[in-house]
Design a protein around this ligand. Structure first.
Ligand SMILES: [Zn+2]
Length: 458
């Protein structure tokens, strides 16, 4: 149930990328999941406001800016642009707002001022400002809402200044970090002296600025539960800006993490993939999206290259079925009955985004439809109505059209196909075979048809 009493709108905030490098496939699991949630709510007729921040100032970024002897904006602009390019390749709908932390320094300072005024934050001798967990708890706040934390080791006033810290280190955390020489020219003036915001306060300030002090859904990877999201709750509710009885966030959804080839992703193990790495191996954004959408968000998922091959086969089955329906349903009006598969799919998604049941229903539908197609039991208007049903389902799944299966293909592939045609004409079979192999390596086979050669996904 959304917070909106009329039940018509919902606000979603998803912690966005830290633009210090290319995002990896584990990061994209979260963003594809957030996109699925948004599409599901829109499917149900809700007016969704989707906000995702861009963290463009924090410890790691500052370190990289220093190492690369560049400016903050030049450094982050490159990775921000790459992130959105990948985001589009995965067919994620762009959020309605993508605020950058550096664009919201006054809002961040204003929120910290509120926390200081309420006595739950204090200025340390070096000019940094910390959130006091002890004071927050003393005035009724509950730190550790999302996971059980051990406070026994904690001594009042213990402070942690870095943005990321260990699970057992519940301690006062930095809201504002006083300028140090290593920051170079990355600093802003504030009532407490020059400095920069901590990572956690960025999300509290930007989410509440865009969606108000209370909103429906907050998403992120499970690695953000502590400390990032616990800190976000403490900062947002510690400011006392919510209406009585309202919390900062109504529902938290955390995506489990991704293993790759059975192990935690790491550059040294060779199982660290950015989306770009997978595209370079000939896979498409559509295949990667499909594979990421086959796992339930709360379960850790083993992402493999074999799995991507399987994704290609599975998508091929759907495409083939849809292609046949399209051939039958040309030039007629769809029958008005909505196919049963739409409701089955929607019911599965209503059950805490049960994608396993949803895909099960989809593939059962494909199997039955194929049997009926072979038996010539689908009339033109029904074919059209089945296709319309698929469009409804796909408004949630967000799989881009199969335009690269037949028909419109990438110009570089078309060029190779044309070159092969020319080589065959010139009886240069060595060359034409070499091109065939090259296309095969990219995931395509050549079909020689009466209308000429065309490419088909393997
Ligand atoms: Zn965040």
């Amino acid at each position: 149930m959304p917070r909106d009493p009329a039940g018509k709108s919902a606000g979603i905030y998803c912690c966005g990328p830290t633009v210090h490098d290319f995002a990896h496939i584990g990061n994209f699991r979260t963003f594809v999941f957030a996109d699925l949630v948004r599409r599901c709510l829109e499917f149900k007729g809700l007016q969704v406001r989707h906000v995702m921040n861009i963290t463009d100032v924090e410890d790691k970024i500052i370190q990289r800016v220093r190492e690369n002897k560049t400016t903050l904006r030049d450094y982050t602009a490159k990775y921000e642009a790459a992130f959105f390019e990948d985001f589009d390749t995965l067919n994620c709908l762009r959020p309605h707002e993508t605020p950058r932390a550096t664009g919201h320094i006054p809002d961040i300072i204003e929120l910290i001022e509120k926390l200081v005024a309420r006595g739950v934050a204090y200025r340390a001798p070096d000019g940094s400002v910390y959130f006091s967990i002890e004071k927050y708890q003393a005035c009724g706040g509950h730190y550790g809402r999302l996971q059980k934390l051990n406070f026994e080791e904690m001594r009042p006033g213990d402070r942690v200044s870095s943005d990321e810290y260990a699970k057992d280190a519940a301690a006062d955390f930095a809201l504002w970090k006083a300028r140090v020489p290593e920051d170079g020219d990355i600093f802003w003036p504030s009532p407490w002296g020059e400095g920069r915001p901590g990572w956690h306060i960025e999300c509290s300030a930007m989410s509440m600025k865009s969606l108000g002090p209370s909103f429906d859904l907050h998403l992120g990877g499970e690695d953000l539960i502590f400390p990032h999201h616990e800190d976000e709750i403490a900062q947002s509710e510690g400011a006392g800006v919510q209406a009585p009885g309202e919390s900062f966030v109504k529902y938290w959804l955390h995506g489990a993490h991704l293993l790759v080839e059975g192990k935690k992703m790491s550059k040294s193990l060779g199982n660290y993939f950015t989306l770009r790495d997978l595209l370079a191996r000939g896979f498409t954004g559509r295949e990667v999206r499909y594979l990421l959408l086959t796992a339930h968000y709360r379960e850790s998922f083993n992402f493999t290259l074999d799995g991507l091959q399987g994704a290609r086969t599975a998508l091929g089955r759907i495409d083939e079925c849809l292609g046949k329906l399209a051939e039958i349903g040309v030039g007629v009006e769809a029958s008005p009955t909505e196919p049963a598969i739409v409701r089955e799919f929607a019911d599965a998604m209503d059950d805490d985004f049960n994608v396993a049941a949803a895909w099960g229903a989809v593939f059962e539908w494909v199997r039955e439809t194929n049997i009926r197609l072979v038996a010539n039991k689908i009339a033109a208007d029904e074919a059209k109505s089945l296709l319309a049903g698929w469009s409804r389902i796909n408004s949630v799944l967000g799989l881009p059209g199969k335009k690269d299966t037949h028909g419109e293909i990438d110009p570089s592939l078309q060029k190779l196909l044309d070159e092969r045609g020319a080589a065959r004409k010139a009886k240069d079979f060595k060359r034409s075979d070499a091109i065939r192999d090259e296309l095969k390596a990219k995931g395509w086979v050549i079909e020689d048809t009466p209308k000429g050669a065309r490419l088909k996904r393997i």
